[in-house]
Design a protein around this ligand. Structure first.
Ligand SMILES: NCCCNCCCCCS
Ligand SMILES: [Zn+2]
Length: 345
């Protein structure tokens, strides 16, 4: 299996995070990608390739031009406003407020408009890192389109919380969605997304919510208690042409393998029935029992079983790295999915 990776991910590193009332080092740190890369090498998964520069067109097939322009230019605006440090939004629309349908002009107002939380900041080089993560997903998609049965896009920063025009949850560009659209633009008429990250893939849901050509399935911490809180309920099944093509499996705190795998199996069966021509897996491994910010109880061998079951879907498959914050086990857990896939034959 080919792995696509670029050291350009180091260009994004939020200096801090507000976690349960304390300023801490961000959980989404560069070391994450390095640990996974080391494990890829240790098991001899396959060649490690640097993605080319895909420019902006494939990104703008998913994200709005104004959002892309915003992400690209916001740090410069921040500096022009006489500010240093990192760019942080700090206010968001409440459900009681009337919606606004176009971006305001003020810097802080646009930061609010183009985000939904303050899990991560925007540094002077975040845009570059996010763009290269999208390149990494595109290179993986092109490898599968070129005939590879599967590929691994070791993306950082992650992407599944980013929507058409908003960042949040450590995500800025939706790498998995950009890969899905790459498959669609190459003529794969139906593409499935399987989001196994602990958190609901709210960005991916939003991007494909009104579409029947992309089936999105996510099993995750119930939004009644878990980030991203505001959505991820089973009643959210898509809208318009997309009705029935969005599958949410919210699960309770403390969920263990039997319950998690039952939801996962149902999602796999729905993907089999969808008759997709390609599969994109949003590979988060924060479902692990010792993940510092998550509440599920999967264990390291379970990640091999996840990979084996995905292989049984018998689809051209792209794995796109998302979350996973238990630094000690992150490499083994993430790569177990990939070796589990390969060993299933
Ligand atoms: N500060 C602790 C809560 C972190 N909230 C954002 C979680 C994003 C997970 C991305 S997979
Ligand atoms: Zn997550």
């Amino acid at each position: 299996m080919k792995t696509f990776y670029t050291a350009d991910h180091h260009l994004h590193h939020s200096g801090m995070e507000l976690s349960f009332g304390k300023i801490v080092e961000t959980f989404e740190k560069p070391e994450r990608a390095e640990i996974i890369l080391a494990r890829v090498k240790e098991v001899g998964l396959g060649p490690i390739l640097t993605p080319q520069d895909y420019e902006l067109a494939p990104i703008k097939r998913v994200h709005t031009p104004d959002y892309v322009d915003f992400l690209k230019g916001v740090y410069e605006e921040w500096q022009a406003a006489g500010r240093d440090g990192e760019v942080w939004p700090y206010s968001w629309r409440h459900r009681s407020m009337p919606p606004i349908d176009k971006a305001p002009s003020g810097l802080d107002a646009r930061l609010s408009y183009y985000s939904f939380d303050m899990a991560g900041s925007i540094t002077a080089t975040t845009w570059q890192a996010a763009k290269r993560a999208a390149d990494t997903a595109l290179a993986g998609a092109d490898a599968v389109l070129g005939g590879e049965r599967t590929a691994f896009s070791l993306c950082r920063p992650p992407g599944h919380h980013a929507g058409r025009d908003f960042f949040g949850g450590y995500c800025y560009l939706n790498n998995a969605a950009i890969a899905v659209q790459r498959f669609r633009d190459a003529g794969r008429s139906r593409v499935a997304v399987l989001d196994v990250d602990y958190h609901h893939g709210n960005g991916t849901q939003e991007i494909f919510y009104d579409r029947a050509d992309v089936l999105v399935a996510s099993m995750h911490g119930d939004p009644d208690f878990e980030f991203p809180f505001h959505l991820g309920y089973a009643r959210e099944r898509g809208e318009g042409a997309g009705e029935g093509f969005n599958l949410n499996y919210p699960l309770p705190s403390g969920t263990q393998w039997p319950e998690w795998s039952a939801a996962f199996e149902d999602a796999c069966r729905r993907i089999e029935a969808f008759d997709a021509q390609a599969l994109v897996v949003s590979l988060g491994v924060d479902t692990y029992k010792e993940d510092p910010i998550s509440q599920f109880k999967l264990d390291t061998p379970h990640f091999s079983e996840i990979g084996a079951r995905i292989a049984a879907l018998d689809l051209p498959t792209l794995f796109v790295m998302e979350g996973g914050y238990a630094i000690g086990a992150l490499g083994v857990n993430a790569v177990n999915v990939l070796t589990g896939f390969e060993q299933a034959g």
